[in-house]
Design a protein around this ligand. Structure first.
Ligand code: BDR
Ligand code: CA
Length: 304
């Protein structure tokens, strides 16, 4: 089993990715760390606990950054994409379980030091917790086995504007800090995630199972697909951004990647843009192709 720290800003596709990971025997989930992003960090923490309760698993949740790495900005949630509650307005009551008191970056540092060269970090929100962890304890950089990041748009347009993808533009300085740190990064960006489409017909298949969790995921995903249809008319489903990062952590043969370096624009109109280049030793594996159908089947067999 691969030991995993899973960094989320739970959101609808984060919730789907969580369930996929929780039902994957290849992964040993050490803890979830939460970040602001789709919603505030308090809401992301609540949503993470709520999803764990729905799926019926107990894994510790560590609250992390409530604002950006350098600028200390707080606003910028994506409630139009993920709903007022971040879960497509499906959350009927608060979870019973409570988060841990340890700060997410401290948890990351402690775990990596306890298990050097073993831990994979899957990060599917802004990269603030990871940037803070390696700023506080740069000695962990060579001790992290791999970081699989959902973020960026290297060869394709962004999804917030023509240049930027949501997780990167939410905290460009954190992303630049992580990409230039020497961490072993695999970047699962829009280059590949926009090729993975969950068709709308899946929702009825989930509901037909009669399972409560399947209904919960169908209802929230319906909200997400509604947003996708308004932004990309005729698309007929939604992209599986965060779930693909989990898929790649389980089985990297779902994607093929090119090694390069990635610079993040932090200023001006192109802020949040991820620019691939070949100067210096190429350190980042940028995923550029995906076996979308094989991945989708794998995901559907496990998620609900
Ligand atoms: C990413 O942004 C968020 O809205 C999603 O949860 C995903 O992590 C896609 O650009
Ligand atoms: Ca996310």
């Amino acid at each position: 089993m691969k030991p995993i720290i899973f960094d989320v800003d739970t959101g609808i596709d984060d919730a789907l990715a969580m369930s996929y990971a929780l039902n994957s025997p290849e992964l040993e989930l050490l803890g979830f760390t939460t970040c602001f992003g789709n919603v505030s960090v308090a809401e992301a923490t609540r949503n993470t606990l709520a999803v764990l309760e729905k799926v019926g698993k107990r894994i510790p949740v560590y609250p992390g950054a409530e604002q950006t790495f350098i600028r200390g900005e707080k606003e910028g949630w994506s409630k139009h994409v993920h709903g007022e509650d971040g879960l497509g307005n499906t959350l009927k009551k608060d979870p019973i379980s409570q988060p841990e008191s340890q700060f997410a970056p401290e948890f990351i540092i402690e775990q990596v030091k306890n298990r050097p060269h073993e831990i994979t970090i899957i990060a599917v929100g802004p990269l603030t917790n990871l940037a803070l962890a390696i700023k506080i304890a740069p000695e962990i950089i060579p001790l992290v086995k791999e970081v699989v990041i959902m973020g960026g748009a290297v060869k394709v347009p962004g999804n917030v504007n023509a240049y930027a993808e949501a997780n990167i533009i939410a905290d460009p300085e954190a992303a630049e800090y992580v990409f230039s740190s020497g961490l072993q990064v695999t970047l699962v960006g829009l280059d590949v995630t926009m090729q993975t489409l969950l068709p709308k017909s899946t929702l009825n298949e989930w509901r037909a199972t009669g399972k409560e969790t399947a209904h919960f995921f169908a209802d929230m995903t319906e909200f997400y697909i509604g947003y996708y249809e308004s932004y990309y008319p005729g698309i007929g489903g939604c992209a599986l951004h965060d779930p693909l990062a989990v898929g790649v952590a389980i089985d990297s043969s779902f994607v093929s990647a090119e090694s390069m370096n990635v610079k993040v624009a932090t200023e001006g109109e192109e802020a949040g843009r991820t620019v691939g280049h070949l100067a210096g030793e190429p350190r980042i594996r940028v995923c550029t192709e995906v076996e979308a159908e094989r991945f989708l089947k794998h995901f559907l067999n496990r998620v609900v």
